[in-house]
Ligand binder design. Structure first.
Ligand SMILES: [Cu+2]
Length: 182
């Protein structure tokens, strides 16, 4: 092998090691983020939830929410999505990167997702039956911060309901789901 050839190999080797180092560092950052989230998720939940328990996952894929545009993936998923009438505790966990909240409203006549969204990106919350929007706490507050849980206990009659998030533009981007009480 020529001297120049050996030198080239050393350079290629160094670049390879650098790339490997970057992957290892990124991996560690991800592990630290995961590790930081887990205890928070476990530590804030109601110790004795009343009635039927509905776990609600509020999430997003990150990024910026642009006014009215359908540019962000946000979702609310309830499990189960139907319970017997009576006492229900909704336990809402934010597994996304933005603040979220959970509102419970009777379903609109035209079906979920049909509410009018104002110029502020929000819906008319009149008629809301209750909400979980406190970081690590019960009831209404300033929003559920990422990695935390909020809950609310309601007494629901049989019927169709809509679970939604009313942070600006989240509803417009699909952050609602159907829920039924039988
Ligand atoms: Cu939201």
């Amino acid at each position: 092998m020529t001297k120049r050839g050996a030198g080239l190999l050393v350079i290629i080797g160094a670049v390879g090691l650098l790339s490997l180092g970057t992957v290892v560092v990124l991996g560690n950052v991800q592990a630290r983020l995961d590790g930081a989230q887990r205890p928070t998720l476990a530590n804030c939940a109601p110790s004795h939830p009343q009635g039927a328990v509905v776990n609600v996952n509020l999430t997003d894929r990150g990024g910026m929410m642009m006014g009215g545009g359908n540019l962000m993936m946000v979702s609310v998923v309830a499990s189960p999505d139907s319970v017997p009438s009576g006492t229900v505790t909704f336990i809402a966990t934010n597994t996304g990167t933005l603040n979220h909240e959970l509102l419970v409203l009777p379903a609109p006549a035209d079906g979920v997702g049909t509410r009018v969204v104002g110029s502020d990106g929000k819906i008319d919350e009149a008629g809301s039956l209750g909400e979980a929007s406190t970081s690590c706490g019960r009831g209404a507050g300033k929003g559920i911060s990422p990695g935390t849980t909020s809950w609310v206990t309601l007494h629901l009659a049989p019927g169709n309901y809509e679970l939604l998030c009313d942070e600006p533009w989240h509803y417009a981007n699909g952050m609602f789901t159907a829920f039924s009480v039988r």
